[in-house]
Ligand binder design. Structure first.
Ligand SMILES: [Ca+2]
Length: 93
């Protein structure tokens, strides 16, 4: 499991897949989810097969969810809405 070393703020616009903010493995990213359906895209490059651990938390009681796609646009994961802390463990092999 990777531990976050610091928090990096999102950069808008990031509402579309081709505007995705890069995430560096082991670094936390923060964003603001506004009422009315804000979307934040992020991308992560995984250097080798293994387990991707993703944690996300809503700090302002806004409902949030997470979807993960591969580079071909195939959905690999879709969470339920949550206003609390959520975890994902995804095998990348
Ligand atoms: Ca956004």
């Amino acid at each position: 499991m990777l531990l976050s070393s610091y928090v990096k703020a999102e950069t808008e616009p990031n509402d579309l897949w081709d505007q995705a903010n890069p995430i560096i493995l082991g670094v936390s990213e923060s964003g603001i989810a506004t009422a009315g359906g804000d979307i934040d895209w992020y991308r992560v490059e995984i250097p080798e097969d293994g387990q991707l651990t993703l944690n996300w938390t809503s700090n302002n009681s806004q409902l949030v969810y997470c979807q993960i796609y591969d580079t071909l646009g195939v959905e690999l994961f879709a969470s339920n809405y949550t206003w609390a802390r959520a975890h994902l463990f995804l095998r990348t092999d």
